[in-house]
Design a protein around this ligand. Structure first.
Ligand code: MG
Length: 275
């Protein structure tokens, strides 16, 4: 017997609308079977880490004027609470040491990626994941301290929800020339003083939907802090801009290498003079 449901015009229109709908974004999975990062209990929080003399303070507890969109986040008792949108630093950075203090919400809500999710996007596109990974399972390359979807942390060094935690991120920015990648980016991360990324090569933009890929961009780009719908708290954010020093060191090395190369090749003999 023919099903009567398909005879209804409304049902036919609905089916056609479904066919015409754009494809739903699919999650990218690398297929790599990562071993589980061990849980490593970090030392207790020792209080805010004062910025060194050459640091640029992005948030000292008073305001988020250093960020586009900073007005959206709530500031309370010297703490910035994620709300409504990402915030993006007005200044741009390449190689740097970035210090961030953050805390997942004390009241545990949600699970997996839905619990205490935020993130630090280096150059707006390479995410070091912030997540409440304290007794909260998720995919390893998406847990706290992962280079998102590229590399799990070497340890799960999360403190309990509500406790202050530190990220010290040491970043070498990728270098591009004439629209091509010359050197990939590298990142090292201390989470609560525990090494969790050790000179990890960045394979490209971190994305939920796409495999990592580099898209050439300027040498310096802003820092972005993610709104993922969870009221993660931040304080004491500072950055040491190291790009000029790294570039000057690289130039000094290149100069010496050129000298050694020239010495190895010996003096260039002048062509014989013809009479
Ligand atoms: Mg995130």
């Amino acid at each position: 017997m023919r099903s009567r449901i398909f005879a209804q015009p409304g049902v036919v229109l609905f089916a056609l609308a479904l066919l015409a709908a754009p494809a739903i974004a699919q999650e990218y999975k690398s297929g790599i079977v990562w071993p589980e990062p061990p849980v490593v209990t970090p030392p207790p929080y020792a209080g805010p880490v004062a910025p060194p003399e050459d640091a640029i303070v992005l948030f000292d507890g008073t305001n988020l004027d250093a960020f586009h969109g900073g007005d959206a986040w709530k500031i309370e008792d010297g703490v910035a609470i994620v709300r409504g949108r990402d915030i993006v630093s007005k200044e741009s950075f390449g190689d740097c040491h970035l210090h961030v203090e953050w805390a997942a919400p004390e009241e545990v809500k949600g699970r997996g990626q839905g619990r205490g999710n935020s993130g630090v996007f280096l150059m707006e596109r390479y995410e070091i994941q912030i997540l409440d990974s304290y007794q909260n399972d998720t995919y390893y390359d998406g847990q706290c301290g992962a280079l998102y979807k590229q590399r799990p942390p070497l340890a799960n060094a999360c403190r309990k929800p509500g406790e202050w935690q530190t990220f010290d991120i040491f970043f070498r920015a990728p270098r591009f020339k004439d629209g091509k990648l010359i050197t990939p980016g590298y990142v090292t991360v201390l989470h609560n003083g525990v090494l969790i990324q050790n000179n990890t090569r960045i394979e490209g933009v971190t994305s939920w939907t796409d495999p990592p890929k580099y898209h050439p961009h300027p040498a310096r780009q802003p820092l972005r802090f993610q709104n993922h719908g969870n009221p993660v708290r931040f304080r004491n954010i500072w950055v040491r801009d190291l790009m000029e020093r790294e570039d000057a060191n690289d130039a000094a090395v290149a100069k010496r290498q050129a000298e050694l190369q020239a010495e190895a090749e010996g003096p260039v003999e002048a062509p014989p003079v013809k009479d």
